[in-house]
Design a protein around this ligand. Structure first.
Ligand SMILES: Cc1cc2nc3c(=O)[nH]c(=O)nc-3n(C[C@H](O)[C@H](O)[C@H](O)COP(=O)(O)OP(=O)(O)OC[C@H]3O[C@@H](n4cnc5c(N)ncnc54)[C@H](O)[C@@H]3O)c2cc1C
Length: 403
């Protein structure tokens, strides 16, 4: 007898897990999640877990609000996903960064150095920074815990999670999806969603389709337990190398289990080595030049965040978030095909906005209707085929973050 599902979701990162769960919650009966590796082993394994307005170039307010509610409810339902509403604290280490923070900020959100020290339990040395800005709505989750919880919730709703089952191709009747192929045999279905992140164009290429996506490498550094307090807000630190915008990069830091999870958006090699290249199945052997650059900035920042200078063994996780020309996600039908959808284009904020994307797409697939405004903003063919390479995509995206 044929192996059949109502909807096959390909990819067990955060996007795929969230979508499969929302489909099951919307009443879709046979939801099958196929993941080539384990759940949350791709880019989602490296996620920092910040939920806040830090990705300010993305105007996804509704998605962000829904995500906060979703995570809060998930935590309250007895699944520990590390959800904490500790706020997000932007720290200015030099005058230039402080002027940047103050621009347009409400006065009561601005903190003097003593308050920064107090709020962080002296993780940030107050006498060495210029000031801070607190976003009280900032929250956090721990991605590895989230992966476990989402898979459990999906199974409890009757969904099937199959790990170590790669999809090797899509079986089509003209432009209509018939099945996905896997080494263990095909799974027949009328609807497939690719939630395959940096690997999405690999599956679409044989169909002659291209998504305007650009994967860029970035990494998370995790220390051993060094007593980071549970109450620490998520931190974004600017001006670690005082007054030098060319060398300085913002650092992000978060605590979990007393460990410090941190990183920064480095420039240069090997950030863009995946553009228009074959993305390896696993990202565990990438060159470490970028991580070295981030650690150098961390060393500078140790003068006011002493834990960054503490000798401890570190662990690394690398990921490849996918950027789009306008910084917004790609959610919906692949143009020219019937029954083929995508949920990708995370723009390094898939944890912050993912539940919102998943809800809208699940409603659309299950009932044929969903929030039209969101679907339009995330429509896959909104660029009218203007992009044919990943390098072009990143050239269009970059002015958004460097402006
Ligand atoms: C260092 C770092 C820090 C970050 N910090 C944050 C943060 O603080 N807040 C935030 O919101 N976001 C953050 N992000 C971004 C966030 O992690 C991503 O937006 C999110 O993980 C993307 O999820 P995804 O499901 O699209 O991709 P992935 O997690 O990569 O999932 C895609 C999955 O598809 C699978 N797959 C691919 N091809 C196939 C196939 N043929 N068959 C079966 N399976 C397949 C892969 O194995 C993979 O598991 C960060 C990312 C990094 C790297």
């Amino acid at each position: 007898m044929a192996d059949r599902a109502d909807v096959v979701v390909v990819g067990g990162g955060i996007m795929g897990c969230l979508l499969a769960l929302h489909l099951a919650e919307q009443g879709v009966e046979r939801v099958r999640l196929l993941e080539r590796d384990g759940v949350f082993q791709g880019t989602s394994a490296a996620g920092g877990g910040f939920l806040s307005g830090w990705a300010a170039y993305q105007p996804e307010t509704a998605a962000a609000g829904y995500a906060l509610d979703f995570y809060e409810k998930t935590q309250a339902s007895g699944h520990d996903i590390g959800f904490r509403r500790n706020g997000t604290l932007y720290v200015a280490a030099d005058e230039r960064s402080w002027q940047g923070l103050r621009m347009g900020a409400e006065d009561d959100a601005l903190l003097d150095p003593a308050r920064v020290a107090e709020l962080t339990n002296d993780v940030v040395a107050g006498d060495r920074v210029v000031g801070g800005l607190l976003d009280p709505n900032g929250a956090q989750v721990h991605p590895p815990l989230l992966g476990v919880a989402l898979a459990e919730l999906l199974r409890a709703r009757g969904g099937v999670v199959e790990t170590r089952r790669p999809v090797t191709g899509l079986r089509m009747d003209g432009s209509r999806v018939l099945a996905v192929d896997t080494p263990a045999g095909p799974v027949e279905c009328d609807c497939v969603v690719l939630a395959t992140g940096a690997w999405s164009n690999r599956l679409l290429k044989p169909l002659g389709a291209f998504l305007p996506l650009a994967p860029r490498l970035t990494s998370r550094i995790t220390t051993g337990p060094i007593g980071i307090p549970e109450s620490l807000p998520t931190l974004i630190v600017m001006g670690a190398i005082p007054g030098d915008p060319a060398k300085d990069i913002p650092l992000w830091l978060r605590g979990q289990y007393g460990e410090l999870l941190w990183g920064g958006t480095y420039r240069g090699y090997p950030r863009d080595i995946l553009l228009d290249a074959e993305v390896p199945d696993r990202l565990d052997e990438i060159p470490l030049d970028g991580v070295t650059q981030v650690r150098r900035v961390g060393k500078e920042a140790a003068s006011f965040i002493p834990v960054l200078g503490q000798a401890t063994s570190i662990r690394l996780k690398h990921g490849a978030p996918c950027y789009t020309p306008d910084g917004r996600a790609l959610v919906g039908q692949v143009p020219g095909f019937t029954g083929l959808h995508v949920l990708t284009g995370d723009n390094e904020a898939g944890i912050t906005f993912g539940p919102g994307y998943a809800r809208v797409l699940a409603e659309f697939i299950a009932h044929g209707e969903a929030d039209q405004e969101s679907l339009k903003s995330w429509q896959v063919d909104r660029f009218d085929g203007a992009f044919t390479s990943e390098s072009e995509v990143i050239r269009a995206f970059l002015p958004r973050v460097t402006a």
